[in-house]
Design a protein around this ligand. Structure first.
Ligand code: CUA
Length: 317
């Protein structure tokens, strides 16, 4: 996959690429004419032995030309940009709508409230960081933010748009071919900004149906009522900004992936072992005390919160 202007892989990116290349070529032509004229005139008409430089003031034809031509160019580019913007902002006719929320420092994908995405507890499928869509389908992305301004951008698919707190913004994406496309938060949003990635997974309709089944089964396992308290505490705390638990909205990339933490031999970079209730409790209660110098802060969770979280983590095998 090349840089997006050379390798647009969906109609949205193609629309951006078209206007990019038109403006780029126009800028090169203007640069060549202006600098070419400057260099030519500087050499040809310069003051030198046997030729004295002519002094003159004003030149109606030239002045008219370099006023009218740029005006026509600027107006043409404006009209062209607005035309393309209309296409890029037109979310009508989308096959599905995914509600995507940015938060420090992950993206939470809320799939449509349709029966095929429904969990046994009555909620609907969510994901973090990874967005699955069917190939060749126009997908409406409804963007919002939980904290600061983020920006959703998958370069080769196109359609960069800011996620702004307190309001919704809309964009649509569509991919020509199945595959994995890398995206990145495009608005500096704090220390985890560089790790605020987007993985767009584009699948054939059959693969998509299979993926939904698997994701639902996994989400249903994770939403077991017995560990609900711990799960909800974990997901509502800053934990999710750093840690990933696949199948949940926790998609942080700064800290270790906790999807199978209960099956690990140790935590805290090997310092704490085995991974059992006592050690997890000691660790979450006060990480810097358990491992001096750790980047995981003490969030001063109550004993009950720590207990609930530990009970849930112990089920992540
Ligand atoms: Cu979110 Cu940068």
């Amino acid at each position: 996959m090349g840089p997006w202007p050379n390798d647009p892989l969906g109609p949205q990116a193609r629309t951006s690429a078209e206007i990019y290349w038109i403006m780029f070529v126009a800028a090169i032509v203007v640069l060549a004419i202006v600098d070419g004229g400057l260099i030519y005139a500087g050499i040809k008409f310069r003051d030198r032995p046997g030729h004295s430089a002519k002094q003159f003031h004003g030149h109606n034809t030239l002045e008219l030309l370099w006023t009218v031509i740029p005006t026509i160019m600027v107006i043409s580019f404006s009209v062209l940009s607005f035309q393309k913007l209309n296409v890029m902002n037109d979310t009508s006719g989308a096959g599905m709508t995914v509600d995507v929320q940015g938060q420090q420092w992950t993206w939470v994908m809320n799939y449509p409230k349709e029966d095929r995405f429904k969990l046994t507890d009555g909620t609907y499928l969510q994901g973090a960081q990874e967005l699955h869509i069917p190939v060749n389908m126009k997908v409406h992305i409804q963007l919002s933010s939980k904290d600061v301004i983020h920006s959703f951008w998958v370069p080769n698919i196109g359609g960069k748009k800011d996620a702004v707190p307190g309001r919704h913004t809309d964009l649509w994406i569509q991919a020509d071919k199945p595959g994995m496309y890398k995206g990145q938060c495009f608005e500096f949003c704090g220390t985890g900004h560089a790790d605020m990635l987007i993985t767009l997974v584009v699948q054939t309709p059959d693969e998509y149906t299979t993926w939904i089944k698997g994701a639902l089964a996994e989400a249903n396992r994770l939403s077991d009522p017995a560990t609900k308290a711990g799960r909800e505490t974990f997901l509502s705390q800053p934990c999710v900004g750093c840690h990933t638990v696949q199948g949940t909205t926790a998609g942080g990339k700064v800290g270790p992936d906790l999807t199978h933490v209960a099956s690990k031999k140790s935590i805290a970079g090997g310092v704490i072992s085995p991974v059992d209730e006592a050690n997890l409790t000691r660790w979450i209660k006060d990480p810097p005390a358990a491992k001096p110098g750790t980047t995981m802060p003490n969030y001063h969770l109550s004993d009950e919160q720590v207990h609930d979280i530990v009970q849930w983590l112990l089920t992540l095998k």
